[in-house]
Design a protein around this ligand. Structure first.
Ligand code: 5RP
Length: 235
């Protein structure tokens, strides 16, 4: 196992301390979230009673194969706790998510949860978001016109010459679980994440974007210095 994979697993293991019997859990998507599924399944085999809703078809299928009960979000919400990974997180617990293409369901599940805990290896904790290209989910109808509006909105906000790249999949364009496309926006440095999030949400054709603002309550980061748990400051 690579060192980064070990850190992801260590963060996932630390998140297990937040899980209580009888909880309704939201299950994230990605390799860190899958490490959590594996560890959770061991606890379930030992008698822990939890039920879950998944943020992607991939996670639902992996969870079921591990013996974790997965039901529809609508039959379970509100959730007690969602555990998910991130592509980037800053110290205010603003996140970039969607590297695995699951940002829409991830945001719906997180927003349906009383608490969201993010698990990550230390490379994900950054001073300023934006080195990871921001995923934006768009409907396929009129996608080229949405691309134009998106570029104009970014320019208006001061992000010049941003490369906006439609994500590729195995057979042409990548499709999310909801059948949408993803545009990856290479912003490099995001100056004001909440302002950008608000502006992107107003672009016709944009379904959602990978900026998660005010959703994560805790960030568990594992690195060579050990485990660090950051808590979001509330006003
Ligand atoms: C999927 C996500 C993931 O949480 C993010 O991409 C992190 O993935 P990993 O844990 O594999 O590094 O947002 O849409």
């Amino acid at each position: 196992m690579s060192e980064q994979a070990q850190f992801k697993r260590a963060a996932a293991a630390a998140a297990l301390d937040f899980v209580r019997p009888g909880m309704r859990l939201g299950l994230g998507t990605g390799s860190t979230a899958e490490a959590f599924l594996e560890l959770l399944s061991v606890r379930i085999a030992d008698g822990l009673d939890v039920v879950s809703a998944a943020t992607s078809e991939r996670t639902a299928s992996r969870a079921r194969s591990l013996g974790i009960q997965v039901v529809e979000l609508d039959d379970l919400a509100p959730l007690d706790l969602t555990i998910d990974g991130a592509d980037e997180a800053d110290s205010a617990l603003n996140l970039i998510k969607g590297g695995g293409g699951a940002l829409l369901r991830e945001k719906i599940v997180a927003a349906s949860s009383r608490q969201m805990i993010v698990i990550a290896d230390a490379s994900k904790l950054v001073d300023c978001l934006g080195a990871f290209a921001l995923p934006v989910e768009v409907v396929s109808f009129g996608a080229r016109t949405t691309l134009d509006r998106l570029e104009r909105a970014l320019t208006t906000l001061g992000y010049k010459d941003v490369a906006v790249t439609p994500r590729s999949g195995a057979d042409g364009l990548f499709r999310t679980d909801s059948g949408n496309l993803v545009f990856d926006c290479a912003l490099k440095l995001i100056h004001d994440a909440p302002a950008l999030a608000r502006a992107l949400s107003q672009v016709p054709g944009v379904v959602d974007h990978g900026l998660f603002i005010g959703l994560a309550s805790h960030l568990i980061v594992a690195g060579s210095a050990g485990i660090k748990i950051l808590e979001r400051a509330t006003a």
